[in-house]
Design a protein around this ligand. Structure first.
Ligand SMILES: Cc1cc2nc3c(=O)[nH]c(=O)nc-3n(C[C@H](O)[C@H](O)[C@H](O)COP(=O)(O)OP(=O)(O)OC[C@H]3O[C@@H](n4cnc5c(N)ncnc54)[C@H](O)[C@@H]3O)c2cc1C
Length: 509
C-alpha cells in the first residue's frame, strides 16, 4: 500500500472508519502512538490511529533529538533501561532509519571547574556506555568509542570555547536524529504503507476498551470509532482519558541560536551544570545551521497546555551555563527562538531529574491499554509492548512484532551510498535532502524541476518543493503543519513569519 498521506486520503479513510470495527484504535500520534500504529499494522491487524491535532504535535517535537545509548540510566543503576536504549539506538542507526539517525560527536570541555577526578569518573561512564554499545551489537563503524583529546584538537572542533585553563576534552559519540517530528511522520507513513488509517485532527473525547467517542476537529461532527482494543498513547495528556493515572510532567526548555551565533562549532557540547556532578547542559548544532541549547528539568504541575511556554528564568539559566565555557558570551538578543516540552513522567517521590524514564503499561478493567513514560529513543519498544498487551487482552490473531527489522519509509539499505556511519554524514555524501528524505530525496528534487520557484531556498533554507512534498505525501493540512512540524522553520518566529507566503503558495499549488 502507498505511504502517502494527504487531505484526500484522510477524508476517504475517515469516512471508511465510521463503518468498521478495527482491531486496534491508537489514540495519539506522537512517536509512541505512531510506533504502535506501525507495530500493529505490520502484524497484519486493522488499525485506525487518531490525533487531536497533527502528527508530532506533542512532546515528540520538543526533544533534544538525541537517540541515547542510555548512559544516564546506567549512572543511576538502571541497567535494564540503559540496555534497552542501546538496543533501540542500534536498530535505528543500523537498519530501520539510517537516513534519519546518525552518530554525532560530543565534547565535554575540561575546564577548571571539572576536576581530574570528575573527568575520570565521566570517562569511566563513557567506557561503560561503549560496553553497552558492544552488548547491543552496534558496530564501532556506526558508533565510535570515547577518547580524550588535546586542547588544540578541542578548539579545532569547537572554536567558541574559551582557551584559558582548557585542558582538552572528553570526546564521546551518541545517536542523533535529523529531526524528531520527521521521525514521527516517517513512522506514521510507514504504518500507512501497511494499511493503518492515520487520521489527524480527530480528538478522542472519551475512551473505553472497545472504542472512542471522537470529534472531527475539521468537520466538527462527533462519531464513534469501534475497536477490539484501544491503545492510549497521548503522552502527557494520558490522564485526561484514563482517570486514575498520575503523571508528574517535567518541563525541558531549549534555546535556538541563529546559525551565525557560534561559528566554528562542529560538535555538540556537554557543559557541566555548576554544583551538579552528573548533569550537563547540551549544546546541539543542528543540520540547518542553528544551534539548540538545552535542557532544563523542572516540575510543571497544573493543567497541561497544548504548547508549553518558556519562562524567562529558563533562558537566563541556560545562557549562564553556556557562557561559563565560551570565550565570547552569547547575549539574550542572540537567542532567536525558544521551545519547551513536557516529559510524561509517572508520578513518584523525588526530583523530576531523578524520576525513572522507563515506560509503563497501565490496563483498565474494560481493556483500555495506556502507555506512558519512556522516551523517543525507545518508542519502538514501547509500541511493541503496548501492542503485545492489546493483542493478548483482545485475543487478536497476530504474530510477533516485526518492527525491529522493518526499515522506515526512505531508509537507505546498507551498502555503497547507504547506511548510517560515524563520519558526520548519516548517508555518505548526503546533503540536506538525503538526510531528511533518504531514498525519497530524488523524488523531492524532481519536484524542484517542475517550476523554478519550487527550487528557490526560502527562510532557514526550506524550499517550496519540500513544502509541496509535505502536502502531497506527508499529511500536512495547513501552514502550521508545514512550518512547525514537517519543517522546523517555525522554531524562530522571525523565519516563520517570512516563510508564511511560501507555505501558503505550497498549499495552493
Ligand atoms: C524537552 C525534552 C527533551 C527530550 N529529549 C529527548 C531526547 O533527546 N531523546 C529521547 O529519547 N527522548 C527525549 N525526550 C523524551 C521524549 O521526547 C518523550 O518521551 C516522547 O516524545 C513522548 O512521546 P509520546 O508519543 O508518548 O507523546 P507525545 O509526543 O506528546 O504524543 C501524544 C500525542 O497525543 C495527542 N493527543 C493528546 N490528547 C489527545 C486526544 N484527546 N485525542 C487524540 N489525540 C490526543 C497529542 O496531540 C500528541 O500528538 C525529551 C522530552 C522533553 C520534554
Amino acid at each position: 500500500m502507498n505511504s502517502s498521506l494527504n487531505a484526500a486520503r484522510r477524508a476517504r479513510e475517515l469516512a471508511e472508519t465510521r463503518d468498521l470495527v478495527v482491531d486496534v484504535l491508537v489514540v495519539g500520534l506522537g512517536a509512541t502512538g505512531a510506533g504502535a500504529a506501525l507495530d500493529a499494522a505490520s502484524r497484519g491487524l486493522s488499525v485506525a490511529a487518531i490525533d487531536a491535532h497533527d502528527m508530532a504535535f506533542g512532546t515528540s517535537r520538543w526533544s533534544s533529538k538525541m537517540i541515547h545509548g542510555g548512559l544516564r540510566y546506567l549512572a543511576r543503576g538502571q541497567v535494564g533501561v540503559a540496555y534497552e536504549s542501546a538496543v533501540e539506538r542500534g536498530h535505528l542507526l543500523g537498519r530501520t532509519a539510517p537516513h534519519l539517525v546518525r552518530a554525532y560527536p560530543y565534547l565535554l570541555p575540561l575546564v577548571p571547574e571539572v576536576s581530574r577526578r570528575h573527568a575520570a569518573l565521566v570517562m569511566t561512564g563513557y567506557r561503560l556506555g561503549d560496553g553497552l554499545r558492544a552488548a547491543a551489537r552496534t558496530p564501532r563503524h556506526l558508533l565510535p568509542g570515547p577518547s580524550r583529546i588535546s586542547a588544540a584538537r578541542t578548539l579545532a572542533l569547537a572554536s567558541p570555547l574559551g582557551s584559558r585553563g582548557l585542558r582538552g576534552a572528553l570526546l564521546s559519540w551518541d545517536g542523533r536524529l535529523a529531526d524528531d517530528a520527521r521521525l514521527v511522520v516517517t513512522v506514521a507513513r510507514t504504518a500507512a504503507a501497511h494499511g493503518a488509517r492515520i487520521l489527524t485532527r480527530c480528538r478522542a473525547l472519551e475512551l473505553s476498551g472497545d472504542g472512542a467517542l471522537v470529534r472531527d476537529e475539521l468537520g466538527g461532527d462527533t462519531f464513534t470509532i469501534r475497536a477490539r482494543t484501544v491503545v492510549n498513547a497521548t503522552g502527557v495528556w494520558a490522564a485526561g482519558l484514563h482517570p486514575g493515572i498520575r503523571l508528574r510532567p517535567s518541563r525541558g526548555t531549549h534555546l535556538v541560536l541563529r546559525p551565525e551565533t557560534l561559528p566554528g562549532l562542529t560538535a555538540g557540547l556537554h557543559v557541566p551544570i555548576p554544583g551538579e556532578s552528573n548533569r550537563f547542559a547540551l549544546v546541539l548544532p543542528q543540520p540547518d545551521g542553528r544551534v539548540h541549547v538545552g535542557l532544563t528539568d523542572e516540575p510543571a504541575d497544573g493543567p497541561v497546555p497544548d504548547v508549553p511556554q518558556v519562562p524567562e528564568e529558563d533562558v537566563t539559566f541556560l545562557l549562564a551555563v553556556l557562557n561559563s565555557v565560551l570565550e565570547e558570551p552569547v547575549r539574550r538578543e542572540d537567542v532567536a527562538g525558544t521551545y519547551a516540552g513536557l516529559r510524561p513522567l509517572l508520578a513518584a517521590e523525588g526530583r523530576s531529574a531523578d524520576l525513572s524514564r522507563r515506560h509503563a503499561l497501565l490496563t483498565r478493567p474494560d481493556g483500555l491499554v495506556t502507555i506512558v513514560g519512556g522516551k523517543l529513543t525507545t518508542y519502538r519498544r514501547m509500541a511493541e509492548d503496548a501492542v503485545d498487551r492489546a493483542v493478548s487482552l483482545g485475543r487478536l490473531d497476530a504474530g510477533r512484532s516485526r518492527t525491529a527489522e522493518l526499515p522506515l519509509v526512505g531508509a537507505v539499505p546498507d551498502g555503497p551510498g547507504g547506511g548510517g556511519n560515524a563520519d558526520g554524514e548519516g548517508v555518505r555524501g548526503a546533503g540536506r535532502s538525503l538526510r531528511r528524505y533518504g531514498s525519497e530525496a530524488g523524488a523531492v528534487r524532481a519536484l524542484m524541476a517542475e517550476d523554478p520557484w519550487l527550487a528557490e531556498p526560502g527562510p532557514a533554507g526550506v524550499t517550496g518543493a519540500e513544502l509541496v512534498w509535505a502536502v502531497r505525501h506527508e499529511g500536512a493540512l495547513n501552514v502550521d503543519d508545514l512550518l512547525d512540524r514537517r519543517t522546523r522553520v517555525g522554531l524562530v518566529p522571525q523565519d516563520r513569519a517570512a516563510a508564511l507566503p511560501l507555505a501558503r503558495a505550497a498549499l495552493a499549488y
